[in-house]
Write a new protein. Structure first.
Length: 315
């Protein structure tokens, strides 16, 4: 969403100074790849004395031979390798949405072929305050012309269309009956016409600056944003390149993981104009031609998830 930031919106904005990250092209480990897609790896520490291992894929959004899409399941989960097999071996498969382990359902928006197939969660219950917070979580979308956007999204199961809000909604009520529709009705919203989209949160980069809307999206409590974990993120550059980033973690001495701030700094160094965090931890996984980049942190291997983002090549 190419809008200026307004001071009254209290986003966590910072300019973290640290060692510049050195990346190595590792296309040869994951080929064959089209000329518009590349894979990079780094072991540059994000914090002194802390081991790091991360990969990113860069793809040209305007390449007509590439298809940027999603896939999701209904009340069940598949591993990224399972989605890879189900979708006839796409070029790239990456985990995306947060989800419920109890119901196996997405808690975030997913758009496939222009249709909303999963919705953002509408409210979060805070046990400490004993209130419901009505939130709009961030998503990344790609339209039919190959233009990307990161936006705060309102979606409702009664509506076929997703909507973007100018600022993240963060209001509260005593009962869940009060809908986020009330927020949308009083806020500057517009239709969000995307061919493909996947949501998570929080937003990390806005207008080329590190601005983490964690509190507004009611994502992670207190200092949890400073905890190091495996991470998954997506963003795009001003010149039309899509960035898919994964950081390995929870492996002391091998890969410690990243905080949200460190993750945001990596994305900014990669030139992202806008970017967001997606589900991380044991869910983090990025496959290129079916091969793992990072090693998933769950001892069982790849965690089954209900939705993925994919890049396919037209046949």
């Amino acid at each position: 969403m190419r809008i200026g930031l307004i001071v009254s919106v209290l986003l966590l904005c910072s300019a973290v100074q640290a060692q510049k990250i050195q990346w190595q092209n590792v296309d040869s480990l994951f080929g064959p790849l089209p000329a518009s897609v590349h894979v990079f790896k780094t072991t540059t520490p994000l914090e002194k004395g802390k081991a790091n291992l991360a990969f990113y894929v860069v793809a040209d959004l305007k390449d007509p031979s590439l298809v940027f899409t999603t896939d999701t399941t209904d009340g069940r989960r598949l591993s990224p390798a399972g989605f890879y097999a189900k979708n006839e071996q796409p070029l790239v498969v990456m985990n995306g949405t947060f989800f419920s382990f109890e119901t196996n359902r997405n808690l975030n928006l997913v758009i496939k072929d222009g249709k909303v197939v999963a919705h953002n969660i509408g409210s979060v219950y805070d046990k400490r305050d004993e209130v419901y917070y009505y939130v709009t979580r961030s998503a990344i979308g790609i339209d039919a012309s190959g233009n990307a956007d990161v936006a705060w999204i309102y979606s409702d199961s009664a509506k076929a269309q997703a909507y973007t809000l100018r600022f993240p909604a963060n209001r509260w009520g005593k009962t869940p009956a009060r809908s986020v529709k009330e927020i949308a009705a009083k806020t500057d919203i517009q239709k969000w016409s995307m061919q493909t989209a996947i949501a998570g949160g929080p937003s990390l980069i806005r207008d080329g600056h590190i601005c983490i809307s964690n509190e507004q999206e009611r994502m992670f409590r207190g200092k949890q944003i400073d905890d190091k974990h495996p991470r998954t993120a997506m963003g795009y550059t001003a010149d039309g390149k899509l960035i898919l980033l994964v950081v390995q973690g929870r492996m002391p001495g091998v890969a410690e993981g990243a905080s949200l701030g460190e993750q945001a700094r990596v994305l900014k160094e990669l030139g992202c104009y806008e970017a967001l965090n997606l589900d991380g931890g044991g869910s983090s996984c990025l496959l290129v031609n079916g091969k793992e980049t990072i090693q998933p942190s769950d001892k069982e291997g790849q965690r089954p998830v209900p939705a993925v983002f994919m890049i396919k090549q037209k046949r």
